[in-house]
Design a protein around this ligand. Structure first.
Ligand SMILES: [Cu+2]
Length: 353
């Protein structure tokens, strides 16, 4: 009998050790940035398998209002690719599709994953191929993912191939004292430094194919002087009619990724109430930041509750990049003005004599 009991215990333990076999499987719908897919901020669900499909795009895109064109490479057709959201302990399953109409090999290196070059070694897909990778999301945070094909990593990254995977703690975000932190909406911003080649007259060149653009683009990249620094793929992607929106009293989660170059997001007229500057939720958030630093190759997460209505600018506070190169967004906030927080005592008028 003791032997039989031991056997039963072993079987029970074996079943516990392989929860993925019976785990629930979901396939959430991804949304184009700046939107973030619908998700629970905290979950009571047992760890599950969360399946996503990312399709590689190769296309010419316009990067500013002057009609400048770039041969872009993307995940799901957007810069950045969609933000995927799971919970710590979930198994992430990504199918990477490289349509036969494409010309390049691509893959995906996920900074949240452990092993095989972040999955890059297991997902190199030629045009007409697809591959599926599964990995355990064993640590919480916002993490960059990007294309990393051998010999072409930097080119694919600065041509648009990066995005963010957010791994939330199962019991949600916490302040440094353990208080639960929640948000009313989440936005995702991906910052890109672009290196577009110019001709002898100083005009940006256009190319018929990625291959044709390759040598000039690499030469421009080697100068380390970006022609554009943009949020979400183009100058003005998040301004005017396309501005982010919120209202007084709402708490917004701003995810900011930069796969290649350091950046320093700043919300003009607001703050980061709670900021995971390095983007990893096991570390307590910083409080009341004016500007935060995002290391190239990482993502940060900031929570802010809007207290005043109006148009806010959300910029890279390297202001040359913001005002001259494009790293500039806006947040339109509706609501009632709070004169206790700020008021105009006297409007500009001639100095009294
Ligand atoms: Cu690629």
């Amino acid at each position: 009998m003791p032997l039989r009991r031991t056997l039963l215990c072993s079987l029970a333990l074996a079943a516990l050790a392989h929860p993925a076999a019976a785990a629930e499987r979901i396939a959430p719908t991804l949304l184009p940035p700046p939107a973030v897919m619908a998700h629970e901020q905290a979950t009571r669900a047992a760890p599950r398998t969360v399946a996503f499909t990312l399709t590689v795009g190769e296309a010419e895109v316009e990067v500013d209002d002057e009609g400048t064109r770039m041969r872009a490479m993307t995940f799901n057709g957007t810069m950045p690719g969609p933000t995927m959201v799971v919970h710590q302990g979930d198994t992430v399953e990504i199918t990477l599709v490289n349509p036969a109409t494409n010309s390049m090999a691509h893959n995906i290196d996920l900074h949240a994953a452990t092993g095989a070059m972040g999955g890059g070694d297991l997902t190199i897909v030629q045009p007409g191929e697809q591959a599926t990778l599964r990995f355990k999301a064993d640590r919480a945070g916002v993490f960059v993912y990007h294309c990393a094909p051998p010999g072409m990593v930097a080119w694919h990254v600065v041509s648009g191939m990066s995005g963010t995977l957010m791994v939330l703690p199962r019991d949600g975000l916490k302040d440094r004292d353990g208080t639960a932190l929640r948000y009313d909406r989440a936005y995702t911003v991906g910052e890109f430094d672009l290196y577009l080649p110019k001709d002898e007259t100083g005009a940006f060149k256009r190319y018929d194919s990625l291959a044709e653009s390759h040598a000039d683009t690499i030469a421009a990249m080697r100068g380390l002087v970006p022609s554009h620094v943009v949020f979400n793929g183009r100058v003005g992607a998040l301004t005017g009619e396309r501005a982010l929106t919120s209202q007084v009293g709402e708490t917004v989660l701003l995810i900011h990724s930069s796969a290649n170059r350091d950046t320093r997001p700043h919300l003009i007229g607001g703050h980061g109430d709670r900021v995971w500057e390095t983007g990893k939720f096991a570390n307590p958030p910083e409080r009341d930041l004016e500007t935060w630093f995002v290391r190239g190759g990482s993502a940060a997460a900031a929570l802010y509750r809007f207290r005043q209505p109006g148009t806010y600018a959300y910029v890279n506070h390297n202001l040359i990049k913001a005002t001259e190169l494009g790293a500039f967004a806006q947040v339109e906030v509706s609501g009632e003005w709070n004169h206790d927080l700020m008021t105009q005592v006297h409007a500009p008028a001639p100095i009294p004599q």
